[in-house]
Design a protein around this ligand. Structure first.
Ligand code: NDP
Ligand code: OXD
Length: 308
């Protein structure tokens, strides 16, 4: 029985050390070194190998090294293979930091001040209290809820949207497509923390932006393909949206000359909002292996019918 890791090799070295300390009985390999393919019971990967079923016939669990799973084709994996995503405390903490930073940056007009500094322009704008800035989160999952918990402490009026109905203290909750416009019309800063599925692809488009009030802004930390890039640029140029913090794009990296690179109203980061942390990820993986062996429910098990 062995564990195979196929993702970022730097973090892989940390996984190796952690497995040696915490699970010395499980032989650990880093791709492309696999040991005996018949022995591989567990595979952790950002993108699994294409011939996974033929290559590893005794695989029992597949772990996505990301919290998201859209980077690979779920349908290409053996149908009975459990797929577990990395909803681990480290990735959650990183997203809470980034989303809070981004909301505060938009709340306090940072894109404008960065641009003004470049122009040597000393111009002050009115400061609005957090209690007057309505923040809404698309996606009330592990990450969306953690972000809302942090934003609550800062005094923003909060709302959130999910597929099925949720109840979260201090958050106006909306569910399903029909209720989305009602939330958007009372949103000043919109945070996208949705998984990428057939239903959510392209959701951040001109129609959605038109439902937001004039002057609203966007934090995009979901997946690049949620966002219609041109629609964002158009909404910013028209002054309909006032700013955006964008961490994920399609494609990644953006090509040279793409309008996001130099846009004065966009703060762009290269998909670093959050990252799986080896220490906490390995703890979750080992807990899930134990759960699997004991026939207990797995933490972060992907529901293949929902696609997330
Ligand atoms: P979860 O699966 O825990 O939560 C997903 C949420 O989205 C749920 O509330 C779900 O609704 C909602 N949702 C899904 N589909 C729809 C839909 N069609 N309409 C309305 N709501 C929908 O995911 P996480 O919170 O763990 O992660 C969210 C995403 O964040 C990841 O999939 C990934 O894309 C992104 N991410 C980005 C990172 C970055 O660095 N930029 C890092 C990590 C993750 P319901 O509650 O009803 O199921
Ligand atoms: C993830 C990511 O899904 O880093 O974990 O985007």
């Amino acid at each position: 029985m062995s564990f195979l890791y196929k993702a970022d090799p730097v973090r892989g070295a940390e996984w190796t050390r952690l497995f040696a300390a915490k699970a010395p009985d499980i032989p650990f390999h880093i791709w492309p070194e696999t040991g005996s393919a018949d022995d591989v019971r567990y595979l952790a990967a950002w993108v699994p190998p294409q011939d996974i079923a033929q290559r590893f016939p005794n695989l029992e669990l597949f772990f996505s090294t990301g919290a998201g799973i859209d980077q690979f084709d779920l349908a290409a994996l053996p149908p009975e293979l459990p797929v577990v995503r990395m909803a681990e405390p480290g990735v959650v903490a990183g997203m809470v930091e980034y989303a809070t930073m981004a909301v505060l940056a938009l709340h306090r007009d940072l894109p404008t001040y960065i641009w003004q500094q470049r122009q040597a322009n000393w111009a002050a704008h009115r400061v609005h209290p957090a209690s007057k800035r309505r923040v809404s989160v698309l996606g009330l999952g592990v990450l969306g809820c953690a972000v809302l918990n942090q934003l609550r402490t800062l005094g923003f009026p909060l709302a959130g949207w999910s597929r099925t109905r949720r109840e979260i203290e201090g958050v106006a909750c909306y569910a399903g497509q029909a209720e989305l416009p009602a939330m958007l019309t009372s949103t000043d800063i919109l945070v996208c923390l949705l998984p990428l599925t057939q239903e959510t692809r392209g959701i951040l488009d001109s129609t959605l932006f038109q439902h937001l009030p004039r002057g609203a802004s966007l934090v995009h930390v979901g997946r690049g393909a949620h966002l219609d890039h041109q629609a964002l640029v158009d909404a910013l140029e028209a002054g309909w949206l006032s700013g955006a913090v964008v961490d994920v794009t399609d494609p990644e990296p953006l090509p040279a000359g793409h309008p996001f690179w130099a846009h004065p109203k966009i703060l762009l980061t290269p998909h670093i909002a959050s990252m799986t942390q080896p220490e906490t990820a390995v703890e979750l993986v080992l807990d899930n292996i134990r759960r699997h062996e004991a026939g207990e429910p797995l933490i972060g098990l992907v529901d293949r019918t929902r696609g997330y």
